[in-house]
Design a binder for this molecule. Structure first.
Ligand SMILES: *[C@@H]1O[C@H](CO)[C@@H](O)[C@H](O)[C@H]1NC(C)=O
Ligand SMILES: *[C@@H]1O[C@H](CO)[C@@H](O)[C@H](O)[C@H]1NC(C)=O
Ligand SMILES: *[C@@H]1O[C@H](CO)[C@@H](O)[C@H](O)[C@H]1NC(C)=O
Length: 663
């Protein structure tokens, strides 16, 4: 894991521009140079297969079996037994000590070699997408090495040096020194947005939430995975091909969906196996498949690859340019907005599909590292969607969200992701540093250790997911974490308006929200769309606290009750809200928990007839080619990632909870 702790000032050429990042080691070599082998992975299981001193293709033939043995990577017989016309001239055959395979884009790699430093390079082929695999060694032992997601996270490179000496040096470059140095500077000069009112005007045109000095990469991270195999001799081509496959797609032990569903993991009852037994169900399954396939194809067509970018998707499409809004303020990289991560993990859990797992895995690795700060004053906070993953000035708990990491962690036991979640346990402290709603707050407010303003939706759900996970894992702080889960649940439930109260003043020392004197209505369309429903379903299952359950069911019931009903129950109505299709899953959940048939009907009604994706949407893509688009591919102009995440989750949960009573 590399955590960036340098400085790069927008507009200035000096700063910490990283030229290359690599892991370097030596491999001892004792064999004769004709018994030393180089392997470098190309396309598929393709491989460059050479010896440091080649005895094939010469003007004189040492013997067919000798040539075949070298190609196979086997020990050659004593040169005394070869055709002597070769043996006596072995010293005039060059030794190739240095090799470089560089992958500077997702579309091409090039290979070259030279005899040694100071002598010219010779091209040795190339191709499109290299596996990131290599081997150097000989009949007396060698080392295979691999870098996962090699071409996806370009610019990457593999170097072998001095293989003709008694110690070869190997470098796996996570960032190739042949690429441009890493430029992480914020991308514009601020355009005069110095005050909050000016920044809000900026938000009102590009949807970017700008603030000077907030677009900093200081503290973002990236994790790379390296694989190694040591062997007592050069492995056979078949064995090496297996290693290549493991670098390309790391083997993954997985429990089948049936077992996961039976074991009631992750929010019991929120997902069920795909079921096409009725036309209405089959239609939703088709839509879910369509959406996943579309994003998978868009990653490729739009080349959402690269060291810092791979794993993320875009937020909104520009129908006029036939292009995602990759350069427009708050519409570019998605940074987990409205929880596409959760959609993908639920889609995997119910289907067991490997391609969905890999997509979700890449997203989890990206959003948990690059979109979040791991160092500095904003450690624990994530950045809102924008043109660069670290660009926006909204730094919030909701993005750091342990919610999005838990699935991958509990399915794989990945230690890095475990560490990331552990790091979130004390992220309630971040509310001392930065008030998430500083630009729009109307009343006077200074963050105070004993009265921190924390929202019950996007803020609390991020915090409680970190605490719950620490408790589940029995991490070093699990007792404190458990106490905070319970104390916040209790003091949310005890508010005059429960969840609907919206925010509370939180005491960092006691872990409790102060109980407000007056009922207030503070409901936002965003409160529940960063994983609140999924988390509350787990909490309600794990913790026996009826007052909390009721407070949450009430939130679910009243979010889309009539304005009159809202006012009768809470003192005033909730104002104008959106994202009703996504919220239909709250109806479904509360309907099942409380046995409310009317609410169950409302869930399907809202799913089919509110906002979001309608049945009447095209549910297909159109082809685009030149000169309309940069490369040929497809588009679905009606698709937006907010709607996709919400539709995906609502469809999966409603089918699981209320599949037996569809209209
Ligand atoms: C954004 O701009 C629109 C149209 O110019 C205006 O009506 C609205 O009040 C502005 N919103 C904010 C939050 O400033
Ligand atoms: C080492 O290479 C030999 C020869 O190809 C093979 O039989 C053996 O399985 C390899 N061992 C490992 C650990 O790769
Ligand atoms: C309830 O949802 C519908 C969409 O299904 C929406 O039109 C209506 O305004 C919502 N009611 C309230 C009070 O938000």
């Amino acid at each position: 894991t590399v955590t960036y702790d340098g400085q790069q000032e927008p507009g200035r050429a000096s700063g910490d521009f990283i030229r290359g990042i690599g892991v370097r080691f030596t491999v001892p070599l004792r064999d004769e140079s004709y018994d030393r082998h180089i392997r470098l992975g190309g396309e598929g299981t393709g491989m460059l297969r050479e010896a440091v001193k080649g005895i094939t293709g010469l003007r004189r033939d040492p013997g067919t079996s000798v040539q075949a043995a070298q190609f196979a990577g086997e020990k050659l017989p004593d040169p005394a037994t070869w055709d002597q016309r070769v043996t006596t001239r072995l010293q005039y055959i060059p030794e190739w000590g240095d090799y470089t395979l560089s992958q500077l884009s997702a579309d091409g790699f090039a290979l070259r070699k030279r005899t040694k430093k100071g002598y010219g390079w010779i091209g040795a082929g190339g191709g499109r997408r290299a596996s990131g695999f290599g081997y150097v060694g000989g009949v007396g032992g060698g080392l295979s090495f691999g870098l996962r997601d090699f071409w996806e996270k370009h610019p990457a490179q593999l170097d072998i040096r001095d293989a003709h000496t008694d110690a070869a040096e190997v470098t796996l470059w996570l960032w190739s020194p042949e690429a441009q140095p890493m430029d992480l500077r914020f991308y514009h000069d601020g355009m005069g947005q110095d005050t909050f009112p000016e920044q809000l005007e900026g938000l009102n045109i590009t949807y970017e939430d700008y603030e000077p000095e907030f677009g900093t990469p200081y503290g973002i991270a990236r994790t790379s995975e390296l694989l190694f195999w040591a062997n007592e001799s050069t492995p056979s081509a078949e064995k090496l091909a297996q290693q290549v496959e493991a670098v390309r797609i790391l083997p993954q032990l997985a429990a089948p969906p049936k077992q996961l569903i039976g074991a009631k993991v992750f929010g019991p009852g929120l997902f069920s196996a795909p079921d096409r037994s009725t036309p209405a169900k089959a239609k939703i399954e088709d839509h879910l498949d369509f959406l996943f396939t579309y994003y998978k194809d868009q990653v490729e067509m739009r080349r959402w690859y690269g060291f810092w970018d791979y794993g993320d998707i875009m937020h909104t499409y520009d129908t006029v340019r036939h292009q995602w809004r990759y350069d427009v303020g708050g519409y570019a990289w998605d940074n987990s907005e409205l929880s596409p991560d959760l959609w993908l993990w639920y889609a995997y859990l119910r289907s067991g599909r490997a391609d969905i797992f890999r997509f979700a895995e890449a997203m989890t690795r990206h959003t948990g590292e690059v979109d979040v700060y791991h160092l500095g004053k904003w450690a624990g906070l994530g950045t809102r969607h924008g043109v660069q993953h670290w660009a926006d000035s909204a730094k919030q708990q909701r993005i750091a969200n342990t919610t999005y990491r838990r699935y991958y962690y509990f399915l794989t036991a990945d230690e890095r992701v475990g560490d990331l979640m552990h790091a979130n346990v004390d992220s309630d402290e971040t509310f001392l540093v930065l008030d998430p709603i500083r630009k729009i707050r109307t009343e006077p407010y200074t963050p105070d250790r004993h009265a921190l303003s924390i929202g019950f939706g996007t803020d609390w759900s991020g915090l409680v997911s970190a605490w719950l996970t620490e408790w589940e894992r029995r991490g070093p702080k699990w007792e404190k974490a458990k106490a905070r889960v319970l104390s916040t649940m209790e003091t949310i439930a005890a508010q005059p308006n429960g969840f609907v109260q919206g925010t509370g003043l939180y005491d960092l020392d006691t872990g409790k929200f102060a109980i407000a004197e007056e009922p207030v209505v503070g409901v936002s369309h965003l409160s529940a769309v960063f994983g609140l429903n999924e988390l509350c379903a787990e909490l309600i299952d794990l913790v026996d606290m009826p007052a909390f359950d009721e407070a949450y069911y009430d939130y679910c019931r009243y979010f889309n009750a009539t304005k009159a009903e809202q006012a009768a129950r809470y003192g005033s109505n909730f104002g104008s809200l959106i994202l009703f299709q996504g919220h239909s899953r709250l109806d479904a959940y509360a309907a099942v928990q409380t046995g409310d048939d009317k609410l169950a009907d409302r869930a399907w009604d809202k799913f089919y007839r509110s906002d979001g994706y309608q049945e009447s949407a095209p549910w297909k893509t159109e082809k685009v080619t030149g000169p309309t688009a940069l490369v040929a591919g497809s588009e679905a102009t009606w698709v937006s990632t907010n709607d996709t995440a919400l539709y995906g989750l609502a469809a999966i949960e409603n089918l699981a909870l209320l599949g037996h009573r569809m209209p």
